[in-house]
Design a protein around this ligand. Structure first.
Ligand SMILES: Nc1ncnc2c1ncn2[C@@H]1O[C@H](COP(=O)(O)OP(=O)(O)OP(=O)(O)O)[C@@H](O)[C@H]1O
Length: 150
């Protein structure tokens, strides 16, 4: 079975609004398993590197400032199709366009305060996991596998 990993980050607004447990609950309940997690303040250079692909966007400066404004929760989740399914669990970038039942659809309104990030491809996930977890991931054998996968 081929499993993917994705980088999921609860942004400062998600942390400040007490939504850490809600986000973790949804990924965990789906059947994905957690490979890494930390709460940390973000240095400007680190936020700039994470969002390097958006450097030319008019909102880039504000985005970097927002990510550095309070701690984020950085996580790696693993499982079958976790990159694309994780994006579905999160919902559309603009929360007003996110379906109810998605994290953004249920908990936020403004695109600049959309509480969570998820890698948009397997390649981006590899880059982002390397950037946020240079120390590596936790190694363990999850007991849920035979109950989640046929
Ligand atoms: N028009 C905008 N105004 C303010 N912030 C924006 C705008 N568009 C995007 N952003 C911010 O930049 C982030 C990255 O934008 P991107 O287009 O990569 O969307 P995304 O891939 O859905 O989001 P993320 O990478 O955070 O999961 C968005 O999640 C949002 O926080």
């Amino acid at each position: 079975m081929s499993l993917e990993q994705t980088y999921i980050m609860i942004k400062p607004d998600g942390v400040q609004r007490g939504l850490i447990g809600e986000v973790i609950k949804r990924f965990e309940a789906k059947g994905y398993y957690l490979r890494a997690l930390k709460l940390q303040n973000v240095e400007q250079a680190h936020a700039e590197e994470h969002y390097i692909d958006l450097k030319s966007k008019p909102f880039y400066g504000g985005l970097v400032k927002y990510i550095c404004s309070a701690p984020v929760v950085a996580m790696v989740w693993e499982g079958k199709s976790v990159v694309s399914t994780g994006r579905k669990i999160i919902g559309a970038t603009n929360p007003l366009a996110s379906e109810p039942g998605t994290i953004r659809g249920d908990f936020c309104i403004d695109v600049g305060r959309n509480i969570i990030h998820g890698s948009d491809s397997v390649e981006s996930a590899k880059r982002e996991i390397g950037l946020w977890f240079p120390e590596g991931l936790a190694e363990y054998k999850p007991h849920i596998f035979p109950w989640v996968y046929e």
